[in-house]
Design a protein around this ligand. Structure first.
Ligand code: GL4
Length: 795
């Protein structure tokens, strides 16, 4: 530790010519980032040497997204030096929390899928498993959201400006990626060889982010690739005065890693997206193969020493890329290359939403990646032939990789991986029984489940130090090391003083959040009110609209039926993909409700609506510990798992949810008396869909629905979109908000009643915290380790 503080002083002197007394916060920030990074790099050196010596199997985790969150606090916490650094800084007049605020959130992901990847990197590192993440160094991560007059606006997020200090540039490991051009078959004395001509080369530059683990010597790496033109700018054009042309190819090349696509759960066949996918998978595969060959002098044992995990289909071009490298660069035959390939890949599916299952049109794809296209096409031919040979009565319409001139990436992944998993029990069952049922028939045993998990060290240890400290003292077990031991809390279920202490901690977190709300929105919220929270991407299937409809109902009842409900603060935070019009309309609706209530002194005594802009990891860390109610109200069958549900439970919020995704497992863990469940089940949703859902019938047949929607229309003032949304609900309502409305209302009433019984609520909250152990990412990753990857800790 002494050396750490010395290093800070030395850095300030050398870099800025400043002693710590004269340093600015910004300089302290930079010093802490760089010194922490270098300390981790040093640890990494020892760790990687052990790993190399042991010649053990490693995992490479491919993901288009890693929603890393701020790194500095996480690293100091994991290194166990946070409080010393805090004291050292405070002796010198600095507040560590203010230094943390300077760091931007590396927003290299959209939502759950990206955050899951980061939780897994953290958990695996804490457990000393050898894993390397691969992704793209997006210059602009997920956009910054600003709400203006209720409408979402997007602004670029230039996170590298201050975020770059955490990265290490590895100029020695650049690779070249080839796009366009033509492939020619050539017969040589060694047989058929592929010659690739007239291609456009792009360089991938590697940047490493050190991933620290909790109280461990392990340090893993997230490698992020940045694109750059091969050969820089065109000097001849520049000399001729053609300045903009001279840098054109450079600009095109660099556009590849310019920006993260801000769409979650939908797939638009964009050319740049294909380029991004191939860019990072090719760069990563080339590096993996090169390293492996260097270590073993052969690739025959690749599958024994390497697992490549494909996080959703976005990195699926890894598969044909490995085939290409094996055949075109290392001269393997098709059969031998295929044998290695299908033993190397494992694939996780994260969604069954049809619009999110990636498909590429052959016309778009083939010119960009001609060689890769031929390989996919050959994989498909052989697969279809194999199906016929085994005589399986299989449905090739459903299973063929290329169908109607579209390449179906999920099918490619299933055919080419040895393991396919879903992310909750329900989701994995749907994959087997429905979405991929024919595949499940011909590949018995290939499909499995690993229910998601979360990095509790971040989501409890760091986000809620007050609760962590209290539980540590109370339980006398290191539940941060092993979350399963948190179940000891159950012993205190009848201990009123414990219930009171938990309630007091919740209150502290609510006060902190209320301050943030005041500062950022100007709204004053009552910290004695129920904090009812829905925070996640804005998607119709997640049904923020159902939540809004309930608030409109309460408004009507308070205003016209003298209802005096227990006070509630509805807190929303959500980004909408920039092209998603309906999602933006829902944000506008929520903001309009908030405004109307705020203007009405009669109503605002009871209910308030807060929309916090720019949802991101660091904001989630502020909201989650303060939540009383966790809204997990997706249409059943649509949310593959959810992970926010787990984070909220861990912090003592009670779930109000449908039987969807991991809610089902939360229900099983806490029991029916400690959760609020409503709505149609996923089978009921399917049945109703098949029969033909008509929301208008629900509107006509239920007076409460009718009155609420009719009232909603009266709120329209021309600038708001109440009428528009009312029409939408009555005429379309694709996710069946109206079908579930009454049962949702019933559970909301029960919540209100239960909350007022402070002991009962406290006990329910305690039971939730105590049963959250199984949702640790340590548990989830251990299942990957044992059931899928078969790797060992680095000792
Ligand atoms: C998602 C699912 O929508 C979400 O339910 C799940 O928790 C997450 C991680 O498995 O993956 N799939 C996509 S796409 N985005 C997600 O957040």
């Amino acid at each position: 530790m002494d050396s750490f503080t010395k290093a800070i002083k030395r850095y300030l002197e050398k870099r800025f010519g400043n002693s710590i007394e004269d340093a600015s916060e910004r300089q302290i920030y930079q010093a802490l980032m760089v010194i922490t990074r270098d300390k981790l790099a040093e640890k990494r050196y020892h760790y990687i040497n052990k790993l190399k010596e042991s010649e053990q199997k490693r995992v490479y985790y491919m993901s288009m997204e890693f929603l890393v969150g701020k790194t500095l606090r996480n690293n100091l916490y994991n290194l166990g030096i946070e409080s010393e650094v805090k004291n050292f800084l405070s002796e010198n007049g600095f507040v560590l929390d203010k230094i943390y605020d300077i760091e931007p959130d590396p927003g290299l992901g959209n939502g759950g899928l990206g955050r899951l990847a980061s939780c897994y990197m953290d958990a695996l590192t804490s457990q000393e498993y050898p894993i390397t993440g691969f992704s793209i160094l997006y210059e602009f991560g997920i956009f910054k959201q600003v709400i203006s007059n209720g409408w979402q606006q997007e602004f670029p997020d230039n996170w590298l400006d201050l975020g770059k200090y955490g990265l290490i540039y590895r100029s020695d490991e650049e690779v070249e990626i080839k796009f366009y051009g033509e492939t020619k078959e050539q017969w040589t004395s060694d047989g058929l060889r592929i010659k690739y001509e007239d291609y456009t080369p792009i360089i991938a530059e590697p940047y490493d982010l050190m991933i620290s683990g909790y109280e461990t010597d392990a340090v893993n790496v997230l490698r992020l690739w940045k694109s750059k033109a091969s050969g820089g700018f065109n000097m001849r054009l520049f000399e001729q005065g053609e300045y903009s042309k001279s840098v054109e190819s450079k600009a095109i090349a660099e556009s590849i890693s310019k920006l993260l696509y801000p769409a979650d759960d939908n797939n638009k066949g964009k050319e740049l997206r294909i380029k991004q996918q191939y860019f990072f998978t090719s760069a990563s595969l080339q590096q993996i193969v090169k390293m492996h060959y260097k270590a073993y002098n052969t690739l025959d044992n690749l599958a024994e020493k390497v697992v490549i995990h494909i996080n959703d289909t976005h990195p699926s071009l890894c598969i044909p890329e490995l085939m290409r490298i094996l055949m075109d660069e290392y001269e393997y035959s098709w059969d031998k290359a295929w044998e290695i390939t299908i033993k190397t890949f494992a694939y996780t599916n994260h969604t069954i939403m049809a619009e999110a299952l990636e498909k590429w049109s052959v016309d778009l794809f083939r010119p960009i990646l001609p060689r890769i296209y031929t390989i996919i096409s050959e994989i498909n031919n052989r697969f279809c032939k194999w199906c016929k040979d085994i005589g399986a009565s299989v449905d090739l319409e459903e299973m063929s990789i290329i169908h109607n001139d579209m390449i179906r990436m999920a099918n490619l992944c299933i055919v080419s991986s040895y393991s396919v998993n879903g992310v909750s029990k329900l989701h994995s069952d749907i994959l087997k029984k429905d979405t991929f049922k024919s595949f499940n028939r011909i590949y018995p045993g290939k499909f499995t489940n690993v229910t998601n998990g979360i990095a509790h060290r971040r989501w409890l240890g760091q986000a809620n130090p007050e609760l962590t400290k209290y539980l540590n003292e109370l339980l006398e077990v290191d539940f941060i090391k092993d979350l399963s031991s948190i179940e000891n809390l159950l012993e205190y279920k009848s201990d009123e003083s414990v219930i009171n202490n938990l309630e007091n901690i919740k209150k502290i977190k609510k006060v902190q959040l209320a301050e943030y709300i005041k500062k950022n929105t100007g709204l004053t919220v009552d910290t004695n009110s129920i904090f009812d929270v829905q925070i996640k991407r804005l998607h119709e299937y997640k049904r923020q609209l159902l939540n809004a409809l309930h608030i409109i109902y309460l408004y009507k009842e308070i205003k016209y039926n003298a209802l005096k409900p227990y006070p509630r603060t509805f807190i929303f935070s959500a980004k909408a993909s920039s092209g998603y019009v309906m999602a933006k309309n829902i944000i506008k609706l929520i903001c309009s409700i908030s405004e109307i209530i705020e203007m009405d002194p009669e109503v605002r005594k009871y209910i308030k609506v807060v929309f916090l802009e720019d949802y991101r990891v660091s904001l989630a860390e502020k909201i989650i510990p303060a939540a009383d109610v966790s809204e997990q109200i997706s249409q059943a069958g649509k949310e593959a798992s959810g992970t926010g549900n787990m984070k909220l439970m861990l912090n003592g919020a009670l779930t109000l949810g449908t039987m969807d995704g991991a809610n089902v497992e939360i229900y099983n863990a806490v029991g029916k008396d400690n959760i609020f469940i409503f709505g149609l089940s996923s089978e009921e949703v399917s049945d109703l869909s098949e029969r033909g859902y008509r929301s208008e019938e629900f509107y006509q047949n239920s007076s409460v629905i009718k009155e609420t929607i009719d009232f909603m229309r009266t709120l329209d003032n021309g600038d708001s979109n109440f009428n528009y949304m009312a029409d939408y609900l009555v005429s379309r309502d694709p996710y069946m908000c109206l079908a579930d409305f009454e049962s949702y209302l019933e559970q909301q009433k029960l919540i209100e009643k239960t909350y007022q019984d402070r002991i009962k609520w406290g006990q329910m909250s305690l039971v939730n915290i105590a049963n959250s152990g199984i949702f640790s990412a340590d548990r989830a990753t251990s299942e990957y380790v044992k059931e899928i990857w078969n790797i060992k800790k680095v000792k």
